[in-house]
Write a protein that binds this ligand. Sequence first.
Ligand code: SD4
Length: 345
Amino acid sequence: MPNRRNFLKASLLGASASMLAWGGKLAAAPTRAGAKATAARVVSTWDFGIAANQAAWAVLGKGGNALDAVETGVQVPESDLKNHSVGKGGYPDRDGHVTLDASIMDADGSCGAVAALEHIEHPISVARRVMERTPHVLLVGEGALQFALEQGFKKQNLLTPEAEQAWHEWRKTAKYQPSINSEVRDYGTGLPGGANNHDTIGMLAIDAHGRLAGACTTSGMAWKLRGRVGDSPIIGAGLYVDGEVGAATSTGVGEEVIRNAGSFLVVELMRQGRSPQEACKEAVMRIVRKRREASKTLQVGFLAMNRDGEAGAYAIQHGFAYAVCDAQKQDALIPAQSVYRTSYS
Ligand code: SD4
Protein backbone atom coordinates (compact mmCIF):
# COMPACT_ATOMS: atom_id res chain seq x y z
CA MET A 1 0.00 0.00 0.00
CA PRO A 2 1.54 3.36 -0.87
CA ASN A 3 1.69 5.49 2.26
CA ARG A 4 1.38 9.31 2.13
CA ARG A 5 5.12 9.90 2.31
CA ASN A 6 5.83 7.51 -0.57
CA PHE A 7 3.01 9.01 -2.52
CA LEU A 8 4.39 12.51 -2.05
CA LYS A 9 7.89 11.33 -2.95
CA ALA A 10 6.63 9.60 -6.07
CA SER A 11 4.60 12.65 -7.06
CA LEU A 12 7.56 14.94 -6.63
CA LEU A 13 9.87 12.64 -8.57
CA GLY A 14 7.25 12.45 -11.27
CA ALA A 15 6.90 16.20 -11.26
CA SER A 16 10.61 16.67 -11.38
CA ALA A 17 11.02 14.25 -14.28
CA SER A 18 8.36 16.03 -16.24
CA MET A 19 9.82 19.45 -15.32
CA LEU A 20 13.07 18.31 -16.86
CA ALA A 21 11.24 17.04 -19.90
CA TRP A 22 9.44 20.32 -20.50
CA GLY A 23 12.15 22.59 -19.19
CA GLY A 24 10.25 23.75 -16.13
CA LYS A 25 7.60 25.64 -18.08
CA LEU A 26 4.02 25.24 -17.01
CA ALA A 27 2.48 25.63 -20.43
CA ALA A 28 2.98 27.48 -23.65
CA ALA A 29 3.32 31.13 -22.67
CA PRO A 30 0.26 33.18 -23.45
CA THR A 31 0.98 35.73 -26.09
CA ARG A 32 -2.12 37.54 -27.23
CA ALA A 33 -3.82 35.79 -30.08
CA GLY A 34 -4.10 38.06 -33.05
CA ALA A 35 -2.36 40.92 -31.24
CA LYS A 36 -0.38 43.31 -33.36
CA ALA A 37 3.31 43.65 -32.64
CA THR A 38 3.73 45.18 -29.17
CA ALA A 39 6.26 47.85 -28.41
CA ALA A 40 8.79 46.46 -25.98
CA ARG A 41 9.22 48.33 -22.70
CA VAL A 42 10.81 47.82 -19.32
CA VAL A 43 10.04 49.61 -16.05
CA SER A 44 11.66 49.33 -12.66
CA THR A 45 11.62 50.82 -9.19
CA TRP A 46 13.76 53.76 -8.10
CA ASP A 47 16.46 55.74 -9.80
CA PHE A 48 18.87 52.81 -9.86
CA GLY A 49 16.30 51.28 -12.19
CA ILE A 50 17.63 53.47 -15.00
CA ALA A 51 20.91 51.56 -15.34
CA ALA A 52 19.12 48.26 -14.76
CA ASN A 53 16.57 49.07 -17.48
CA GLN A 54 19.33 49.86 -19.93
CA ALA A 55 20.85 46.40 -19.38
CA ALA A 56 17.40 44.88 -19.85
CA TRP A 57 16.94 46.95 -23.00
CA ALA A 58 20.12 45.46 -24.48
CA VAL A 59 18.09 42.22 -24.53
CA LEU A 60 14.63 43.59 -25.37
CA GLY A 61 15.77 46.03 -28.03
CA LYS A 62 17.23 43.15 -30.05
CA GLY A 63 13.95 41.27 -29.91
CA GLY A 64 14.96 39.19 -26.88
CA ASN A 65 12.42 37.82 -24.45
CA ALA A 66 11.11 39.56 -21.36
CA LEU A 67 12.30 36.88 -18.94
CA ASP A 68 15.94 37.15 -20.08
CA ALA A 69 15.62 40.93 -20.01
CA VAL A 70 14.45 41.18 -16.38
CA GLU A 71 17.07 38.72 -15.16
CA THR A 72 19.84 40.61 -16.97
CA GLY A 73 18.50 43.98 -15.84
CA VAL A 74 18.31 43.37 -12.12
CA GLN A 75 21.77 41.83 -12.09
CA VAL A 76 23.09 45.40 -12.46
CA PRO A 77 22.11 46.64 -8.96
CA GLU A 78 22.88 43.18 -7.56
CA SER A 79 26.52 43.76 -8.55
CA ASP A 80 26.64 47.46 -7.69
CA LEU A 81 28.72 47.78 -4.52
CA LYS A 82 27.41 51.31 -3.95
CA ASN A 83 23.87 50.01 -3.74
CA HIS A 84 23.32 49.00 -0.12
CA SER A 85 19.89 47.50 -0.54
CA VAL A 86 20.32 44.93 -3.31
CA GLY A 87 22.83 42.09 -3.78
CA LYS A 88 26.53 42.38 -3.03
CA GLY A 89 27.27 45.45 -0.91
CA GLY A 90 23.83 45.25 0.70
CA TYR A 91 23.58 46.12 4.38
CA PRO A 92 23.61 43.06 6.62
CA ASP A 93 21.12 41.82 9.16
CA ARG A 94 21.37 42.59 12.87
CA ASP A 95 24.08 39.94 13.29
CA GLY A 96 26.21 41.05 10.33
CA HIS A 97 25.07 38.54 7.67
CA VAL A 98 24.09 39.74 4.19
CA THR A 99 20.99 37.72 3.32
CA LEU A 100 19.26 38.13 -0.02
CA ASP A 101 15.70 37.61 -1.26
CA ALA A 102 14.69 37.39 -4.93
CA SER A 103 11.92 36.17 -7.22
CA ILE A 104 11.26 35.88 -10.92
CA MET A 105 8.03 35.17 -12.75
CA ASP A 106 7.02 34.52 -16.34
CA ALA A 107 3.79 35.24 -18.20
CA ASP A 108 2.58 31.65 -17.93
CA GLY A 109 2.73 31.49 -14.13
CA SER A 110 6.14 29.81 -13.96
CA CYS A 111 8.05 31.26 -11.04
CA GLY A 112 11.01 30.73 -8.77
CA ALA A 113 12.39 32.41 -5.67
CA VAL A 114 15.07 32.30 -3.00
CA ALA A 115 14.93 33.77 0.48
CA ALA A 116 17.62 34.43 3.09
CA LEU A 117 20.27 33.31 0.61
CA GLU A 118 23.84 34.13 1.61
CA HIS A 119 27.14 34.34 -0.31
CA ILE A 120 25.74 34.45 -3.86
CA GLU A 121 26.01 37.65 -5.88
CA HIS A 122 23.03 37.01 -8.18
CA PRO A 123 20.09 35.63 -6.21
CA ILE A 124 17.84 36.41 -9.18
CA SER A 125 19.68 33.84 -11.29
CA VAL A 126 19.36 31.24 -8.54
CA ALA A 127 15.63 32.03 -8.42
CA ARG A 128 15.45 31.39 -12.17
CA ARG A 129 17.20 28.04 -11.71
CA VAL A 130 14.67 27.14 -9.01
CA MET A 131 11.96 27.93 -11.55
CA GLU A 132 13.51 26.07 -14.45
CA ARG A 133 15.33 23.17 -12.85
CA THR A 134 13.25 22.11 -9.86
CA PRO A 135 9.59 21.30 -9.29
CA HIS A 136 9.55 23.92 -6.50
CA VAL A 137 8.95 27.64 -6.22
CA LEU A 138 10.91 28.81 -3.16
CA LEU A 139 14.18 27.66 -1.59
CA VAL A 140 15.46 29.27 1.59
CA GLY A 141 18.64 29.71 3.63
CA GLU A 142 21.14 26.84 3.75
CA GLY A 143 19.16 24.78 1.26
CA ALA A 144 19.06 27.63 -1.24
CA LEU A 145 22.83 28.06 -0.89
CA GLN A 146 23.42 24.33 -1.32
CA PHE A 147 21.30 24.37 -4.47
CA ALA A 148 23.12 27.43 -5.82
CA LEU A 149 26.53 25.81 -5.29
CA GLU A 150 25.32 22.60 -6.94
CA GLN A 151 24.24 24.74 -9.88
CA GLY A 152 27.75 26.17 -10.21
CA PHE A 153 27.27 29.58 -8.59
CA LYS A 154 30.39 30.83 -6.80
CA LYS A 155 30.43 31.37 -3.04
CA GLN A 156 31.70 34.79 -2.08
CA ASN A 157 31.76 37.34 0.71
CA LEU A 158 28.97 39.85 0.07
CA LEU A 159 29.74 42.10 3.04
CA THR A 160 31.78 45.00 1.69
CA PRO A 161 34.00 47.08 4.02
CA GLU A 162 31.61 50.03 3.58
CA ALA A 163 28.55 47.99 4.56
CA GLU A 164 30.43 46.48 7.48
CA GLN A 165 31.40 49.95 8.66
CA ALA A 166 27.77 51.09 8.50
CA TRP A 167 26.76 48.01 10.49
CA HIS A 168 29.35 48.82 13.19
CA GLU A 169 27.98 52.36 13.33
CA TRP A 170 24.44 51.05 13.72
CA ARG A 171 25.54 48.70 16.50
CA LYS A 172 26.55 51.67 18.65
CA THR A 173 22.87 52.27 19.28
CA ALA A 174 21.47 49.05 17.77
CA LYS A 175 18.04 50.58 17.68
CA TYR A 176 15.89 47.85 16.22
CA GLN A 177 13.33 49.87 14.47
CA PRO A 178 13.14 49.69 10.73
CA SER A 179 13.82 53.24 9.68
CA ILE A 180 10.59 54.95 8.74
CA ASN A 181 10.03 56.42 5.34
CA SER A 182 13.68 55.93 4.57
CA GLU A 183 12.92 55.89 0.89
CA VAL A 184 11.88 59.50 0.72
CA ARG A 185 14.19 61.18 -1.74
CA ASP A 186 14.33 64.50 -3.43
CA TYR A 187 13.72 64.12 -7.14
CA GLY A 188 13.97 67.82 -7.80
CA THR A 189 10.89 68.59 -5.75
CA GLY A 190 12.59 70.55 -3.03
CA LEU A 191 11.57 68.01 -0.39
CA PRO A 192 14.27 66.51 1.78
CA GLY A 193 15.83 63.17 0.91
CA GLY A 194 16.38 60.39 3.41
CA ALA A 195 18.92 57.67 4.08
CA ASN A 196 18.56 54.80 1.70
CA ASN A 197 18.36 51.74 3.90
CA HIS A 198 15.75 49.61 2.23
CA ASP A 199 15.09 49.88 -1.44
CA THR A 200 14.33 46.93 -3.66
CA ILE A 201 14.55 46.66 -7.39
CA GLY A 202 11.38 45.33 -8.93
CA MET A 203 11.42 45.16 -12.72
CA LEU A 204 8.60 44.44 -15.18
CA ALA A 205 9.06 43.99 -18.92
CA ILE A 206 7.04 43.34 -22.02
CA ASP A 207 8.81 42.11 -25.11
CA ALA A 208 8.09 42.62 -28.79
CA HIS A 209 5.91 39.49 -28.78
CA GLY A 210 3.69 40.99 -26.08
CA ARG A 211 4.98 38.66 -23.45
CA LEU A 212 5.39 39.88 -19.84
CA ALA A 213 7.87 38.91 -17.14
CA GLY A 214 9.01 40.31 -13.80
CA ALA A 215 11.86 40.12 -11.31
CA CYS A 216 12.39 41.43 -7.81
CA THR A 217 15.59 41.35 -5.74
CA THR A 218 16.75 42.87 -2.46
CA SER A 219 18.95 42.55 0.59
CA GLY A 220 15.83 43.48 2.53
CA MET A 221 15.60 45.75 5.49
CA ALA A 222 18.95 46.80 6.89
CA TRP A 223 19.69 45.40 10.38
CA LYS A 224 16.71 43.04 10.18
CA LEU A 225 16.36 40.14 12.59
CA ARG A 226 18.28 37.11 11.38
CA GLY A 227 15.92 34.95 9.36
CA ARG A 228 13.55 37.80 8.50
CA VAL A 229 12.18 37.49 4.98
CA GLY A 230 10.34 40.33 3.27
CA ASP A 231 7.85 40.48 0.43
CA SER A 232 10.32 40.34 -2.45
CA PRO A 233 10.65 36.54 -2.74
CA ILE A 234 6.97 35.90 -1.97
CA ILE A 235 5.05 35.36 -5.19
CA GLY A 236 1.90 37.47 -5.02
CA ALA A 237 3.43 39.86 -2.48
CA GLY A 238 6.60 41.40 -3.95
CA LEU A 239 5.96 40.19 -7.50
CA TYR A 240 3.15 38.82 -9.60
CA VAL A 241 2.76 38.31 -13.34
CA ASP A 242 -0.25 37.10 -15.28
CA GLY A 243 0.26 37.15 -19.05
CA GLU A 244 -3.44 37.70 -19.65
CA VAL A 245 -3.60 40.82 -17.50
CA GLY A 246 -0.35 42.43 -16.41
CA ALA A 247 2.39 42.43 -13.81
CA ALA A 248 3.14 44.18 -10.53
CA THR A 249 5.97 44.55 -8.07
CA SER A 250 6.52 46.36 -4.80
CA THR A 251 9.04 48.17 -2.67
CA GLY A 252 8.95 49.34 0.91
CA VAL A 253 8.06 47.68 4.18
CA GLY A 254 7.58 44.09 3.08
CA GLU A 255 5.48 43.07 6.05
CA GLU A 256 2.69 45.39 4.92
CA VAL A 257 2.88 44.08 1.37
CA ILE A 258 2.72 40.45 2.50
CA ARG A 259 -0.26 41.15 4.79
CA ASN A 260 -2.20 42.39 1.77
CA ALA A 261 -0.89 40.04 -0.96
CA GLY A 262 0.02 43.31 -2.63
CA SER A 263 1.24 42.49 -6.12
CA PHE A 264 -1.44 39.86 -6.65
CA LEU A 265 -4.01 42.41 -5.60
CA VAL A 266 -2.69 44.96 -8.10
CA VAL A 267 -2.90 42.44 -10.95
CA GLU A 268 -6.41 41.39 -9.94
CA LEU A 269 -7.50 45.04 -9.84
CA MET A 270 -6.15 45.49 -13.38
CA ARG A 271 -8.10 42.38 -14.38
CA GLN A 272 -11.23 44.17 -13.18
CA GLY A 273 -10.48 47.05 -15.52
CA ARG A 274 -8.37 49.49 -13.54
CA SER A 275 -5.38 51.19 -15.10
CA PRO A 276 -1.97 50.29 -13.67
CA GLN A 277 -1.86 53.49 -11.62
CA GLU A 278 -5.43 53.11 -10.33
CA ALA A 279 -4.68 49.51 -9.33
CA CYS A 280 -1.50 50.54 -7.49
CA LYS A 281 -3.39 53.33 -5.74
CA GLU A 282 -6.14 51.02 -4.51
CA ALA A 283 -3.58 48.48 -3.23
CA VAL A 284 -1.81 51.28 -1.35
CA MET A 285 -5.14 52.50 0.07
CA ARG A 286 -5.91 49.01 1.40
CA ILE A 287 -2.79 49.30 3.54
CA VAL A 288 -3.53 52.86 4.58
CA ARG A 289 -7.16 52.10 5.51
CA LYS A 290 -6.15 49.15 7.67
CA ARG A 291 -3.17 50.88 9.24
CA ARG A 292 -4.26 54.50 9.33
CA GLU A 293 -1.82 55.67 12.03
CA ALA A 294 1.13 53.42 11.20
CA SER A 295 0.90 54.26 7.52
CA LYS A 296 1.89 57.84 8.23
CA THR A 297 5.39 56.66 8.98
CA LEU A 298 5.98 53.80 6.62
CA GLN A 299 6.57 53.48 2.93
CA VAL A 300 5.13 51.04 0.42
CA GLY A 301 5.18 51.62 -3.33
CA PHE A 302 3.67 49.53 -6.10
CA LEU A 303 4.66 49.54 -9.77
CA ALA A 304 2.50 47.86 -12.42
CA MET A 305 2.40 47.26 -16.14
CA ASN A 306 -0.58 45.97 -18.07
CA ARG A 307 -0.49 43.65 -21.07
CA ASP A 308 -0.48 46.66 -23.40
CA GLY A 309 2.75 47.88 -21.85
CA GLU A 310 1.15 50.81 -19.99
CA ALA A 311 2.79 51.44 -16.65
CA GLY A 312 1.76 53.19 -13.45
CA ALA A 313 2.76 53.43 -9.81
CA TYR A 314 1.57 54.73 -6.46
CA ALA A 315 3.13 54.97 -3.00
CA ILE A 316 2.17 55.83 0.55
CA GLN A 317 4.87 58.46 0.94
CA HIS A 318 6.18 61.07 -1.41
CA GLY A 319 9.53 60.22 -3.00
CA PHE A 320 8.96 56.96 -4.86
CA ALA A 321 9.89 57.00 -8.55
CA TYR A 322 10.14 54.48 -11.33
CA ALA A 323 12.38 54.24 -14.37
CA VAL A 324 10.98 53.60 -17.84
CA CYS A 325 12.88 52.46 -20.91
CA ASP A 326 11.57 51.81 -24.41
CA ALA A 327 12.48 52.54 -28.03
CA GLN A 328 11.70 56.26 -27.54
CA LYS A 329 13.63 56.97 -24.37
CA GLN A 330 16.05 54.91 -22.34
CA ASP A 331 16.48 56.93 -19.16
CA ALA A 332 13.12 58.28 -18.04
CA LEU A 333 12.46 58.57 -14.31
CA ILE A 334 8.84 59.21 -13.34
CA PRO A 335 7.93 60.41 -9.83
CA ALA A 336 5.02 58.38 -8.46
CA GLN A 337 1.97 59.98 -6.88
CA SER A 338 1.47 59.28 -3.22
CA VAL A 339 -1.06 59.41 -0.40
CA TYR A 340 0.98 61.83 1.66
CA ARG A 341 2.35 64.78 -0.23
CA THR A 342 5.13 65.82 2.08
CA SER A 343 7.94 63.75 3.44
CA TYR A 344 7.77 62.50 6.98
CA SER A 345 10.69 63.40 9.20
C1 SD4 B 1 11.62 44.11 2.13
N1 SD4 B 1 10.42 45.21 0.38
O1 SD4 B 1 12.48 43.27 2.36
C2 SD4 B 1 11.73 44.88 0.86
C3 SD4 B 1 12.59 46.04 1.08
C4 SD4 B 1 12.33 47.16 0.17
O2 SD4 B 1 12.35 49.25 -0.49
O3 SD4 B 1 11.68 47.13 -0.76
N2 SD4 B 1 12.69 48.29 0.35
O4 SD4 B 1 10.71 44.39 2.91
